[in-house]
Design a protein around this ligand. Structure first.
Ligand SMILES: Cc1cc2nc3c(=O)[nH]c(=O)nc-3n(C[C@H](O)[C@H](O)[C@H](O)COP(=O)(O)OP(=O)(O)OC[C@H]3O[C@@H](n4cnc5c(N)ncnc54)[C@H](O)[C@@H]3O)c2cc1C
Length: 482
């Protein structure tokens, strides 16, 4: 392929925006999940939708697969390159195109970071979905992953905020889905694209809903001897009809790591920390905040710290948001898992995780969006010892099985990507995969967009739906069925 295609990419985007040097390509060989690495043939950085169109047309003609990339913070290997394929990085497309406060809409290019969307809407408005990676991750990556965050319990996920998309399809055609209005008639193709993990096309322009900054915000962190006490507070808060802006939990190991990194003042002997943030009108916040304090006390809080000002609020949040990165202080290697359970099954699933941790002799720290039942177990292991990474992965898989058996899901917000496609059959049957594949093929009949991600079996658009039959690639031993 290669030379002709690379020349076409250079013509389309400028020589300086096509990376082919082996050292520079290493930057793009994985996303936030460092366990998997593939060096792409080249990386191209288009600066506009027209350039994305030219790049995708060139790949289409050359029949070369490609992977879209935002900031590369994904934790499921979604932006992992394809062998001999092209990575299309949208970082240069980072302009805020329109801020329409009266209609509560913003139009941005995909490379704008999540935090910059809120900054551009401020100080009167903000963009609620707030992944902990928000300083770096791109809004295009958020759309592809249907990203969530601490404030999604009350406010909803990315899918609840995207009203319009401009996309380039894998054959280079530019289309628009939705617009500024909330709900267009017709099939919800916009909904299908959000969370499609780069398998349907590239988002080049994104229209999002922004909301007014609440009048008041009150934040506390309560500490408990055990996560089960904190879990009961979560259930009691919900049962009382209180809808916190955020409700986040950390266990003792996560507290130890986060406190070591941030010195936020979390007690080192606490068994659990529960961050609760209420927002809304001054009067409502004040009234309900007192109720939350009482529920914490009633469930055995050993201490409660209420943020007295914005600086203290930020410090409380700093410990929670730094929790993943801080794990490096307690373990040389760790594996971030992402599963969902019904909130009411929290104690029992945490007990199962504890059992598995003992069985494998690997500490597991737990950080979670407690209101949504979205767990992030962090499996600690020594990657320098042969076979430990594989055992950590096995343990992580068993945690996901526990989540599914409890009536939950294999992912809450980090996506399926490369890492979790093997677990998809735990949630879906063959007819489901056939339906997914028909949708995927409607956007990408040639299968060039992020192949080998999300779906567990090698499937082609010409495959006959119906009961499973062995694919010729499997029979030839070229492809594997999980
Ligand atoms: C420390 C840390 C904390 C995190 N916390 C959270 C959290 O709280 N909540 C959460 O949801 N996630 C979290 N994440 C995961 C990650 O930040 C999100 O999944 C984020 O949405 C990825 O954005 P990105 O720009 O880095 O995308 P990338 O990693 O570059 O790509 C992710 C996927 O999106 C596709 N893609 C990227 N751009 C486009 C585009 N323009 N069009 C089509 N497809 C595209 C890629 O092909 C890939 O499949 C965290 C990650 C880290 C490292």
């Amino acid at each position: 392929m290669a030379h002709d295609l690379i020349e076409k990419l250079r013509e389309a985007c400028g020589r300086e925006n096509v990376v082919t040097h082996p050292h520079q390509l290493r930057t793009y060989e994985s996303d936030g999940l460092l366990r998997y690495r593939v060096t792409p043939r080249a990386v191209v950085l288009p600066g506009s939708a027209e350039e994305v169109q030219k790049v995708l047309r060139a790949c289409h003609e050359a029949e070369v697969p490609w992977v879209a990339r935002g900031s590369g913070t994904g934790l499921s290997g979604g932006a992992l390159p394809v062998e001999e394929g092209i990575v299309i990085s949208v970082n240069r497309m980072n302009r805020v195109l329109e801020v329409d406060l009266p209609n509560q809409r913003m139009v941005v290019e995909p490379g704008v970071t999540n935090l910059d969307v809120s900054k551009a809407a401020g100080p009167t408005h903000f963009y609620p979905p707030d992944p902990s990676s928000q300083i770096v991750c791109s809004i295009g990556g958020n759309v592809a992953e249907n990203a969530g965050g601490a404030h999604c319990f009350k406010y909803g996920f990315t899918t609840n905020y995207v009203t319009g998309l401009e996309l380039v399809l894998p054959d280079g055609e530019l289309i628009e889905l939705g617009g500024k209005e909330l709900d267009r008639p017709g099939y919800d193709l916009l909904g299908a694209f959000v969370g499609s993990e780069g398998t349907l096309g590239i988002a080049t322009k994104i229209t999002v809903r922004i909301v007014p900054v609440p009048e008041a915000v009150r934040t506390l962190v309560a500490f408990f001897e055990h996560t089960s006490n904190a879990g009961r507070v979560v259930s009691d808060i919900v049962a009382a009809g209180i809808v916190p802006g955020a409700i986040e939990m950390m266990d003792s190991l996560a507290i130890e790591a986060a406190e070591g990194a941030t010195h936020a003042g979390y007690p080192s002997d606490a068994g659990a920390a529960l961050v609760v943030e209420l927002d809304g009108s001054e009067a409502e916040c004040e009234h309900r905040f007192k109720e939350v304090e009482k529920l914490c006390e009633g469930n055995g809080a050993t201490s409660i710290r209420v943020a007295q000002d914005e600086d203290e609020r930020q410090l409380i949040w700093k410990a929670r948001k730094a929790a993943f990165a801080a794990m490096g202080r307690v373990s040389t290697h760790y594996y971030v898992q992402d599963g969902v359970i019904p909130r009411t099954r929290l104690s029992e699933v945490l007990e199962r995780i504890d059992e598995l941790s003992k069985e494998y002799g690997m500490p597991v720290a737990n950080v979670f969006h407690a209101g949504d039942g979205n767990l992030h177990p962090l499996v600690c292991y020594d990657g320098h010892t042969e076979g430990e990474a594989e055992r950590a992965e096995e343990l992580s898989g068993k945690i996901l099985t526990a989540c599914v058996e409890a009536g939950g899901s294999i992912t809450g917000e980090h996506g399926v990507g490369y890492d979790k496609k093997r677990y998809m059959p735990r949630m879906f049957e063959e007819p489901d995969f056939d339906a997914f594949q028909r949708l995927r093929c409607a956007f990408d009949p040639a299968g060039m967009a992020n192949p080998g991600k999300v779906m567990p079996t090698p499937r082609l658009c010409g495959e006959v739906p119906g009961p499973y039959r062995q694919h010729p690639l499997e029979a030839a031993g070229i492809a594997e069925r999980f």
